[in-house]
Design a protein around this ligand. Sequence first.
Ligand SMILES: [Zn+2]
Length: 204
Amino acid sequence: MIKTVGNILGMLLDTCCLVCGSPLPADQLICEKCTDSSYNPCRTAGEYEIYHAGHYTYPLSNIITLYKYHSHPRISTVLSGLLSRLYTDMDMNLQAFTVTFIPSNRKSIFEKGFTPAELIAKKFSHTFGLEFRKIFSSESKERQVTLDKDRRTSNVKLYIDGHIPKKTVIIDDVYTTGATMRTACRLLAEQSLRVVGITVAKTS
Ligand SMILES: [Zn+2]
């Protein structure tokens, strides 16, 4: 109820950019200037094909913090917009790909009420008319001893929770050490034609 009243007020009143404070139309949370200066596409060299829409510095780091830790799930639209721009600029050719995401752990989902990477991935898939599917789980539904080597990893708790598509794009919010994204790519790569990782930001 309070949220509904807040939404109605928000539609009637102009607001400010949550990052820089400049005035905005009421239906926006982040201004164009903050969004534009967040975009700085790059690719991580290495065994897997992994792209990033920007670096984890101001203003993108602030936008991601607001999104993940201050209950602003609507910011997923801004972040998915950055990924769409990246997709177009990098000429990735993801036709007939399945879009999936790196899951959050259960405690984190409980605290936030949503899975950050999942919302972004869903919007990204919708923009390009690609199939969206949950492939990974961060907790094993089966006992570890019952899983074969390909389906478990020792240091990163990520498991395959469904069948593996031929071509997959894996979405995550922040790429730090890259261990989780590389594990995700590796889990799919052996049984796939192509696996692409895309994150909103990369820490430097
Ligand atoms: Zn701004």
